[in-house]
Design a protein around this ligand. Sequence first.
Ligand SMILES: Nc1ncnc2c1ncn2[C@@H]1O[C@H](COP(=O)(O)OP(=O)(O)OP(=O)(O)O)[C@@H](O)[C@H]1O
Ligand SMILES: [Mg+2]
Length: 418
Amino acid sequence: MPPWPFSRRREEGAGNAVDRAPLLALLEADLRQRVRRRMSRRKIAAGKPLYRPGDVADALYLIESGRLRVFMHQRGGAELVLQFLGAGEVVGEAAFMAEAPYVTGAVAIEDATVLALARRDFDDLLGTHEALLHYLATVIAARQERANARLAAESAPEETLALRGYVTAVYSPRGGAGVTTLALNLAIALAERHPDDAVLLDLDVLFGHTLLNLRLEARGVLAQVGPNTLRGLDRGGLEHYLIKHASSLRIFPAATTPEEGQSITDAHVRSGLTALRRNFGHIVIDLPHAFNEVTLAGLDLADRVLVVATPESTVLHDLAEVRRIFGDVLRVPPERVSYALNHPQAYAGLTLSEFTSATATPWIEIGHGGDAPTAAALRGDSLIGTRPSNPVSRAAAVLADEITREAREVATLAGRAV
Ligand SMILES: Nc1ncnc2c1ncn2[C@@H]1O[C@H](COP(=O)(O)OP(=O)(O)OP(=O)(O)O)[C@@H](O)[C@H]1O
Ligand SMILES: [Mg+2]
């Protein structure tokens, strides 16, 4: 999976994605300067190749900006996409290190610039640099493994291929952080981009507010369907339980009462998500705050987890705990988790950089949107529809674009049609 796009965006903005790229960051300062001086910049327009299969690999490339698609030709000539690479990542390393012609090709999918280090300069400056050689060996091994998985996916059973939906779970350890607001607006933004193909699964079973926010009434809820029935539902069967919003978003409420909510199990969530993933391209989950079995199942099955925090030091403390549980207990891969600092209140509180440095990970920030998000919820309006320039709407739109791209890339890599 590519690194979360927001980190790339921020780094590009700061103009230092290249310096922070492991290829250069691993080097001592003076050596890094010398390597940079020998690197030459190449611009590649969208759609143009950096290299083709069979070309001689006479340089190592580091992507400075833009995005590249790496592919190989299958028997019969069809293109098999192996990966997408962006700023700060090396490309063409396997053939370069093997001193062999490229087996793969690399094409810019948007205007890109790469920094090229010619073989003689590499040999001269880096040929015996242990940490650097170790890094390249690790990259080659990891990418080889991904390529193998990609090839295996080509022959995956239909049933797996059919699970096309991309699941984004929104979570916060604390109440009132803006989980429902973000999940709902993100889901609406996705529904606008993918008409009739986005669904919001409201798993906040005790205090589910999504329906309330849109003044919609539940027809059927997750708690009322047995897991086995749920798993087998087709689109028509699912529609019976889904509520349609004006944006084309479908909402699947978990329960109508707290008691009913408590009867929801891990099996409900797993079966529900299986049915939804088979029938929708995008699923957004509004997760409860507690680490109960419902939350754990949602986190386990999500392709992307968005953790929402508010700017308080107590939250920073909770986050350390959340990250420990994600890592040590749930084993959620860190690259699947992204972080948003939200401002439901007007006060500034802790800064974005305090969160970034305390967690050693990039964050996005969602500004305070005044009364509009709460007013929209009270009126039953969609914020993104009525106030597109509100900070919450803008954040939802950016997130929806990034998730759209990420889902497309993941689907391509999994061998699913997009
Ligand atoms: N960036 C923002 N600017 C202004 N108001 C916001 C913002 N984010 C959230 N809010 C408001 O803050 C309140 C809490 O948000 P929300 O209900 O989405 O949080 P939650 O994490 O789902 O809480 P709960 O614990 O109740 O499920 C709501 O009234 C919402 O409209
Ligand atoms: Mg909520």
